[in-house]
Design a protein around this ligand. Sequence first.
Ligand code: ZN
Length: 358
Amino acid sequence: MFWAAFLRALGVLRISRRWVRRQGAVVLTFHRVLTDEELQLTASLPGMIVRRETFDDFLQYAAEKCDLIQVADEPVWARNQKLKVAITFDDGWSDNATSAYPLAQKHRAPMAIFVVPRRTGTVLPFWPERAASALDRHMTTADRTQSQSYIEQTIESLKGLTAQERKHRIDEITSSGSGVGSNAPVDQTMTWDQIAQLHAGGVVFGSHTSTHEILTGIPPAQAQDEISLSRELIEGRLNAPCSIFSYPNGDSSRNVRELVARAGYRFAFLNQDPGVWTPLSDQYLIPRVNVCEYHLVDDKGRFSPLMFDYAVVWNAAKGLLAEKRAGLWKRLSNKWRGWSVKFHLQSAEKSHIEKSSS
Ligand SMILES: [Zn+2]
């Protein structure tokens, strides 16, 4: 809050918001919208959660102060008086249907959800919650904050392993001690019925792979299956085209990007480094900004437009600036290489002429 207030006082936040508004659109990644009761029960990490009340207040603010757009359609790039913002959800948790969707309807906010078709209607569908739940059961210490950061670090380090190594390690974690148990039907993904209901209500559905494997940690043939099969499954269930994709954990590579492009998607979205979707963005590497509770609230826990400008818009602006700087550096070094090749050729030619005339 201190830094946010400081940057606002300097005028930096206002300038960065204006710049982002002129450059393109900010695509937000949400995962879960939970009631305070559900918050006590969930095994999901705080970086994935927004409180229902905060989401309601955020949507009210965004519906008034921003131009809410749908990511399945290319934005109208013409300059706008309002900041273009898109709302997306990853994973397809059941709270998207019970909390996020009714609020999005209330505020007429377009929404896209990236689902994992082989993990619909499942309790604890993904390994981070299963590992977190098992690790949490091991903890007997009273210090929740310390155990939370231990769990977060363990999950981060698991993400760096290959799928096979990770499975082995998670089996170890979950088989020791009391193992995984769901104390929380709250950690469940939407059923196909819920997905169909939301689809009929105007929500656009995209693919987040068939089983949520991190695509850079599996063999190319398996990655291709994850990318293509998920699309077919969603299209078959909803009888509608599935044209958008989001990378699990935001992880992509040149090969993975190629597979997504070849599978026939129109747009694919990242979720690692914040950035802005501009007309120059690679259509298969569109940046998003991950949003959770502490990106949106003040020190009293209430939705704060200042925090949104600081933690979301300013971060997106910094990402775009870094991208532009990298682009400029690449162009300059290419030019320099061109000049030096030309110079060498000219001097070689000159010495050749001198030699032949002497
Ligand atoms: Zn995900």
